[in-house]
Every structure is written in C-alpha cells, then in structure tokens.
Design a protein around this ligand. Structure first.
Ligand code: CTP
Ligand code: ZN
Length: 152
C-alpha cells in the first residue's frame, strides 16, 4: 500500500508551486523572481529530501502565475525545477523550465576587463550551449561557463 503523502509545506488553493529547486540556490531563485518585493502569500521549505537533488527546496506562491519568459530566468540556478499551476487546490498544469536564448542580468561576466564589471552596465549574454551552460558576453564576447558562473 502506498504511504499517505505528508506535505512538508501546506497545500495552496491557487497559485504556483516551484518544486525541485537545489536547496543551495533557493535564495537566488527568490531574488531572480523578485519574490522579495511582492505582497502575495509565499511559503517555502528547504533542505527537504530529494532522491535526485540530495537537498531540495520548494516555493509556493499564492495567487500568482508567471509568464514562461519570467520563469525561465531561473533555469541557470534551478535547471530541474518543476512548476505546478494550482487552481482550486488542484494541479491543473505542470511545466519545466527552459534555458532562454538570451540572458539579461542574472549572471556575471567572467572577464575581469569586461565593461560590465567596472561600469554600471547590465550584463547580456547569448546562450551558446544550454546543456552545459555556456554564455557568450554581448560586450566582450568571452565565454562564461558553468564552472565560472556567478549569479549577481
Ligand atoms: N501542491 C500544493 N497545493 C496543492 C496541490 C499541490 O502545494 N493544492 C504541491 C504539492 O505539494 C507538490 C506539487 O504541488 O509539491 C505537485 O503536486 P502533485 O502533482 O500532486 O505531486 P507529485 O505527484 O508529487 O508531483 P511530482 O512528482 O510531479 O513532483
Ligand atoms: Zn563580458
């Protein structure tokens, strides 16, 4: 018999549940989505057990539905995130995040001489590889990859 499911964070009535966030990147996701600036009810859990991620985090945002374009901004820090759209307590849609073709802000250019590192210019990259993240700087054309990726 299947064990009854225990929710470590209460169910929500309407809104978005973002599951399978690597625990170490929870606060980056919060900041990328601007969740620290909105007035919706938000609950989260972190360091929850996950077979796939070791330790995962989950965020539940009541009465908020994101545009794909906005949610895809978290792909750099939470590539395996699963979105669940909740209406009237039911999961009505599941989505995965996709690394966008262009990344504006979010990541820092690894080139210390890049203009974005000494003037207040928003970083901008073209994504040259989505699997092993590889970003080409719009300004200096240097490649920033997974190993030297720093989130601003
Ligand atoms: N959830 C919620 N409020 C609801 C319904 C679901 O917070 N009213 C959350 C669940 O806690 C879960 C996620 O939304 O974290 C997905 O729900 P569900 O599809 O029922 O769970 P699973 O089958 O475990 O989903 P998956 O295996 O796809 O992660
Ligand atoms: Zn650069």
């Amino acid at each position: 018999m299947k064990e009854p499911k225990q929710l470590s964070v209460s169910a929500i009535q309407n809104g978005t549940v973002i599951d399978h966030i690597p625990a170490r990147n929870l606060f980056k996701v919060i900041s990328i989505l601007g969740l620290d600036h909105i007035h919706n009810q938000i609950t989260f859990g972190t360091n929850l057990e996950s077979k796939k991620l070791g330790r995962k985090a989950i965020i539940k945002i009541s009465d908020k539905y994101f545009e794909d374009e906005d949610i895809n901004r978290i792909a750099l820090v939470a590539p395996d995130a699963k979105l669940n759209i909740i209406r009237d307590y039911e999961v009505v849609e599941k989505k995965v995040v996709e690394v966008p073709d262009v990344i504006v802000g979010i990541a820092k250019c690894m080139n210390p001489k890049c203009i974005t590192n000494f003037e207040s210019v928003t970083t901008r990259f073209r994504v040259v590889s989505k699997k092993n993240v590889s970003l080409k700087c719009h300004y200096c054309e240097k490649i920033t990859n997974q190993e030297n990726l720093h989130i601003i």
